[in-house]
Ligand binder design. Structure first.
Ligand SMILES: Cc1ncc(COP(=O)(O)O)c(C=O)c1O
Length: 407
C-alpha cells in the first residue's frame, strides 16, 4: 500500500491558549490534517483588495452569479408560510425523490426507481455519504488530477488513500484505461463530467471503457455530475445510462443556481441505499427541509436555467478568444461547467504569483491551479466565466493588455 499524501499545513499538536494563557498540548488527528481550499484564500485576497478601494472582477468563484429561479423562491415563500419545516426522512422528501426520478426520464430517457435516490446536503454531502458507504480506511481510490480537491481531501479525512491519476493535454485532459492501468491496485475510482477545473466532458465513448475497466475488476465508481446541464454543444450522458451499478451524484448548486440552499442528491444501487440511509440519519438527519420543498419546483424552471447556460456559453467563447489573443495555447477543452483551465507555464511565473499580480495590477481575481493539481498546479490557473457578459469581456481585455505589456 502506497504512502498517504501528507499536507504539512497544521502541526499535529498545538498549544491551546485561553485569555492569553498557554495551557496544555492539544492533540489533533492526522485525518483532520487536510489541505486548505486555496480558492478561499484567493477570495479573501480579492475581498481585501476591494476593501482598499479597488473594483475586482471575480473570475475565481465557482458558483453562479445569479439567484435561484423565481419559481423556487416562490415555493420557498409558500413553504415558509405553511409548513412547520421539521426534519424529513434521511432519504429526503418522497415528492422530491419522485421528481428527481422524473428528471432522469425527461432529460436522459433513463428510468430510475425513486427508491434509489437519496437527497443530500449538496454534492458535498453526497461525496461524504458515497465515500463512507463504499470504502474502508486504508483502501486506495483513484482521483483524476487536475480535479476537484474535496475528493482527495475528503478521502484523506476518512483515512482512505487518494491515488492521483494525472491527465494532461495529450488525452484532452481525459482519463483513459491506460491511466487506470498505471495507477496500481485500486479499490475505487472517482470520475467527474463535466470536470471542475477543466470543463472536459466524458462522452459515452470515453466513459464506457472506463466503466468496463472498473466492472471487470469489481472496482466501485462514483461519478460527479454536478455540472450536468452546463454544456456547450456537446451531449452529456449520465453514467447511469451506461452502468446502473455506479453511484452518481448531482446538485441544485450549479445548473439550478442554488449553491447556498445546500441541496443535492445521489443515485445508488438498491443494496447500498440502506447503508447510505443509516449514514445520513447519523451524519445530518436530513437535508434542509425548506430547500427540499423549494427544490421540487426547480425542475419546472428550466427556461431561466437555460438562459444562464446561454450566457455561460457566450462568456466561454469570449474568454477563450481573449486568451488566444493573449498567447495562451494549452487550454483544456472547455466543453462544460463554467471554467477554463489555462497553462501559464510559458510566462515563467508560478500561478500563485501570477494570480497575486493580476489581482494587484489589473484587478482580476483568478484561482491558482494548486487546489486542483498539487503536483503541476503552479503551471495552471482556473478562470471562472460564471459572471456577467460585461465582466468577462472586460477581464479578457485586461488579460490581453497585461500579456501585451509583458512582451
Ligand atoms: C466538481 C464539484 N463537485 C462538488 C461540488 C460541491 O458542490 P455542492 O456541495 O454545492 O453541491 C463542487 C462545488 O464547487 C464542485 O465543483
Amino acid at each position: 500500500m502506497g504512502a498517504f499524501i501528507h499536507f504539512p499545513v497544521i502541526p499535529a499538536v498545538d498549544l491551546c491558549s485561553y485569555d492569553g494563557h498557554v495551557t496544555r498540548p492539544l492533540p489533533r488527528s492526522e485525518r483532520g490534517n487536510i489541505a486548505p481550499f486555496h480558492v478561499m484564500e484567493t477570495m479573501a485576497a480579492a475581498a481585501s483588495h476591494e476593501m482598499d478601494g479597488h473594483t475586482v472582477i471575480h473570475l475565481e468563484v465557482g458558483q453562479p452569479s445569479t439567484a435561484a429561479p423565481k419559481g423556487v423562491i416562490e415555493a420557498a415563500h409558500g413553504a415558509l408560510d405553511s409548513d412547520v419545516l421539521g426534519y424529513t426522512s434521511a432519504l429526503g422528501l418522497p415528492e422530491l425523490r419522485e421528481r428527481i426520478a422524473g428528471w432522469y426520464l425527461e432529460r436522459y430517457g433513463v428510468g430510475i426507481d425513486a427508491a434509489r435516490i437519496v437527497v443530500t446536503t449538496g454534492a458535498s454531502g453526497s461525496c461524504v455519504l458515497a465515500f463512507l458507504a463504499l470504502w474502508d480506511a486504508g483502501q486506495r481510490v483513484g482521483v483524476i488530477e487536475p480535479g476537484y480537491p474535496c475528493y482527495r481531501n475528503d478521502l484523506h479525512a476518512f483515512g482512505i488513500e487518494p491515488v492521483p491519476i494525472p491527465v494532461d493535454g495529450s488525452t484532452g485532459f481525459r482519463p483513459t484505461v491506460e491511466h487506470l492501468d498505471g495507477a496500481g491496485h485500486l479499490d475505487g475510482l472517482v470520475l467527474a463530467s463535466p470536470s471542475n477545473p477543466t470543463g472536459v466532458v466524458l462522452g459515452p465513448e470515453h466513459l464506457t471503457p472506463l466503466l468496463e475497466w472498473a466492472r471487470e475488476r469489481n472496482v466501485p465508481v462514483v461519478v460527479d455530475e454536478i455540472y450536468h446541464g452546463l454544456t456547450f454543444g456537446v451531449e452529456t450522458p449520465t453514467a447511469l445510462a451506461l452502468d446502473p451499478q455506479v453511484i452518481v451524484f448531482n446538485s441544485f448548486s450549479k445548473y439550478f443556481s442554488m449553491t447556498g440552499w445546500r441541496l443535492g442528491w445521489l443515485v445508488a444501487p438498491a443494496p447500498l441505499v440502506p447503508v447510505i440511509e443509516r449514514l445520513a440519519q447519523n451524519l445530518t438527519i436530513s437535508a434542509p427541509t425548506l430547500s427540499q420543498r423549494a427544490g421540487i419546483a426547480a425542475f419546472d424552471q428550466t427556461d431561466e436555467c437555460e438562459a444562464n447556460v446561454a450566457r455561460y456559453h457566450r462568456n466561454r467563447d469570449s474568454i477563450l478568444a481573449a486568451l488566444g489573443d493573449a498567447g495562451f495555447k494549452n487550454i483544456a477543452p472547455a466543453e462544460g461547467a463554467f471554467y477554463v483551465w489555462v497553462d501559464i507555464a510559458h510566462l515563467g511565473i508560478p500561478a500563485t504569483e501570477l494570480c497575486h499580480r493580476w489581482l494587484q495590477e489589473i484587478d482580476i481575481a483568478v484561482t491558482p491551479g494548486i487546489d486542483f493539481d498539487p503536483q503541476r498546479g503552479e503551471d495552471f490557473v482556473r478562470i471562472s466565466f460564471a459572471g456577467s457578459a460585461d465582466e468577462i469581456d472586460e477581464a479578457g481585455r485586461r488579460i490581453v493588455s497585461w500579456t501585451g505589456s509583458m512582451r
